[in-house]
Design a protein around this ligand. Structure first.
Ligand SMILES: Cc1cc2nc3c(=O)[nH]c(=O)nc-3n(C[C@H](O)[C@H](O)[C@H](O)COP(=O)(O)OP(=O)(O)OC[C@H]3O[C@@H](n4cnc5c(N)ncnc54)[C@H](O)[C@@H]3O)c2cc1C
Length: 463
């Protein structure tokens, strides 16, 4: 941006903070994947009015703009590849009082997921979207990516838990969608269109979120298992268990080793194995315990699992969950990582994982594979680590060799290249694996209506 335009921008939004240092532009120009990027200028608005002025200014001056939240995204959704203006929502973090009757809460987009949880907990309610990045991710980012997380089996994705959105269009117009209504069948649902649009259609400034009651009693099971098919068998048992299932997560032994090294703590399982399942369930009464115990006895007798433990106390549950939630960070600390968040029909997940693993072994590449994720949603994350510290281009070439065989396999399983992280720039070339040409044509038409000048997060999802 020229000095003259920058001066005009500062005069137009005196209440916004505007940053131009190299460090800030680099920091705000990338997400968690550290895909190289650098913003031209960073704007931190203090209000919806500020966002409106900035977008109108950008549209009139044809300046590309990228909305961002906590920048924990894993698809390069906030990556500034062409010196775009980054507009970051962190300062817009107002939380209104919880509406106990309607079980909703109105918040600004820059509120972090965790501070929302803490706010609602004080009112005895919860927003049930839960993900390991919750300390940093923001509600605007959660909605713009339609975040999933570890409780999708029970509660679905973020889009189910929203009853109103305020957003700013590239023209600067402020739109209010759905006004918090529970029912509103009057035409197209633009609120749902904005959810998952990854900042390409409008900037979300506020939302009314639906809340629910947290579980009364929860139990966490942690099992070791020797193969993927055992995970599937265990899932079948869990589905018939005397409880309501909230999470069915899994990870490989290699992931556990990385986490144990990071946390400097061993898991409490006596018999390790190749895979682990972390299962979180809810029961509604104290006497459900005897039924749970009976179910566990049956399970151990069936010899599906190698070893197991049950965590009922909150502290020991946190300890087990920390093993799962620290995986992404432990890998990140170990070198460059390429991440694939795939989805296949859950009944085929074990077969798919067996084939994906066999493919990896057949190719004999100088990179390491770490598998974990949301087994209960059919949503494994495949992570490739540059463990041998290859020059970065070589690392990407090796991963690409695997990818070129993985995606046809995924297609054969009717899978998706992104279960929950979104397309951003990293999966843009592969959208047609998961969507039809007709869908892509409609995407482009929708983009044209919302953003005729192609100013808003250009090059993300589609060109
Ligand atoms: C350790 C770790 C664990 C994770 N686990 C999960 C998981 O289980 N499930 C899951 O779904 N994701 C997961 N993620 C990915 C990430 O946390 C989510 O995608 C999250 O919703 C992103 O929120 P954010 O505020 O960080 O968004 P950002 O990274 O800042 O942005 C993400 C996208 O949203 C757009 N955007 C951000 N704010 C707005 C706004 N106000 N208006 C319009 N567009 C906006 C951006 O332009 C970008 O395209 C994980 C990430 C990490 C690092």
């Amino acid at each position: 941006m020229t000095e003259e335009l920058l001066k005009k921008l500062r005069a137009a939004v005196p209440s916004a903070i505007i940053l131009t240092s190299d460090d800030d532009c680099t920091n705000y120009g990338m997400d968690w994947t550290r895909t190289p990027g650098k913003a031209g200028v960073v704007v931190l608005p203090s209000s919806t009015q500020d966002v409106s002025v900035v977008l109108r200014f950008c549209n009139e001056n044809k300046i590309a703009v990228i909305p961002s939240g906590g920048r924990t995204g894993l698809a390069g959704g906030v990556t500034a590849t062409r010196g775009e203006l980054a507009i970051n929502m962190s300062r817009m973090n107002r939380l209104d009082p919880v509406d106990l009757l309607g079980r909703t809460v109105r918040v600004q987009a820059g509120v972090t997921t965790q501070s929302l949880h803490e706010h609602c907990e004080r009112a005895g309610l919860t927003w049930p979207i839960d993900l390991a990045s919750k300390g940093t991710s923001q509600i605007g980012g959660n909605l713009a990516t339609n975040a999933g997380g570890v409780r999708v089996i029970r509660y679905g994705m973020a889009r189910r838990w929203v009853s109103a959105i305020q957003a700013v269009l590239i023209s600067g117009e402020v739109i209010e969608l759905n006004q918090g209504l529970e029912k509103n069948n009057t035409g197209y649902d633009l609120l749902q269109l904005l959810i998952g649009s990854e900042g390409t259609l409008a900037i979300i400034t506020e939302a009314t979120l639906k809340l629910t009651v947290p579980p009364i009693h929860s139990h966490v099971f942690f099992f070791s298992l020797s193969h993927y098919k055992a995970l599937e068998n265990l899932y079948e048992k869990v589905r018939r268990g005397p409880f309501t299932l909230t999470s069915f997560e899994f990870f490989s032994d290699k992931c556990l080793q990385k986490v144990e090294a990071k946390l400097q703590k061993k898991s409490r399982l006596e018999k390790p194995s190749r895979f682990y399942a972390l299962i979180d369930v809810e029961t509604t009464s104290e006497n459900a315990q005897s039924k749970v115990d009976g179910w566990l006895e049956d399970l151990m007798a069936d010899e599906i699992v190698v070893d197991g433990l049950i965590a009922d106390a909150s502290e020991s549950q946190k300890e087990v969950w920390a093993l799962r939630e620290s995986i992404t960070e432990s890998l990140q600390m170990s070198g460059a990582v390429r991440k694939y968040d795939l989805c296949v029909p859950v009944k085929k997940a074990a077969d798919f994982l067996d084939e994906a693993q066999a493919l990896f072994e057949k190719l004999n590449l100088p990179i390491e594979l770490y598998v974990f994720g949301h087994f209960g949603d059919g949503s494994p994350h495949l992570n490739f680590l540059n463990a041998q510290n290859l020059p970065i281009e070589d690392f990407h070439r090796e991963v690409n060799r695997y990818e070129s065989e993985l995606y046809p396999l995924l297609k054969a399983y009717s899978g998706s290249v992104s279960a929950e992280h979104g397309v951003g720039i990293l999966k843009k070339n592969w959208v047609l694996f998961s969507r039809t040409p007709q869908e892509l044509r409609l995407y482009k038409a929708v983009k044209q209506v919302f953003d005729p000048n192609g100013i808003l997060n250009p090059g993300k999802i589609i060109d």
